[in-house]
Design a protein around this ligand. Sequence first.
Ligand SMILES: Cc1cc2nc3c(=O)[nH]c(=O)nc-3n(C[C@H](O)[C@H](O)[C@H](O)COP(=O)(O)O)c2cc1C
Length: 199
Amino acid sequence: MNKIRISLKTILFTCIIFCILSPKPQESDKTCIVYLSRTNNTKAVAEMIQQEVGGDLIPVELQNPYPADYNAIVKQVSEENESGFLPPLKIKLELDKYNTIFLGFPTWGMQLPPPVKSFLNDNNLTGKTVIPFNTHGGYGLGSSLRTIGKLCPNSTILEVFSIKGGIERDGVYLYIKEDRAVEVKSEVKNWLQKIGMLR
Ligand SMILES: Cc1cc2nc3c(=O)[nH]c(=O)nc-3n(C[C@H](O)[C@H](O)[C@H](O)COP(=O)(O)O)c2cc1C
């Protein structure tokens, strides 16, 4: 009986020491999902990623929102791309606690949208893992990935996920819904598996 009591004490003691000494997850082990979305296709993908891997969802918002009219935003974005203007964002994000950053954006004018350039310009992502994802109107990523590479020279950039979303020009806004959302969800899961992000 005494022997059993001693070994129970030993087990308890070992457990306590193990709990004290075992490494705790660091604050910086956290994941966030930063995304720009106008008609919610990229947002739909961001939410699917969050459902699979967790993390904080962070929308990129502008101090001065773009016009609602499609032709007006196309003109403004084209001028911003031409001049290199970086539209100011609503808030400065606190990214220190994150070491994995999913970065979602639509293709605009076959480029990375100016607000996402602003985000990468405002935040130093050195040493962090950046995981791009994208929706587009059928023409792909354009030069977006090259720009991300240039603006995050000291980050580890994992394989992008890119998929067709809406075509606002033709009045197709949120396209990633219902049956299409089921398909996209499965593709998102396969991609997360491939890049080693699934728990
Ligand atoms: C200003 C603007 C420019 C766009 N330029 C392109 C483009 O060059 N190529 C493309 O395939 N789609 C383009 N699109 C379509 C969007 O990439 C597509 O609808 C995307 O799914 C929208 O994502 P969101 O719903 O998250 O805003 C453009 C849309 C807007 C509003």
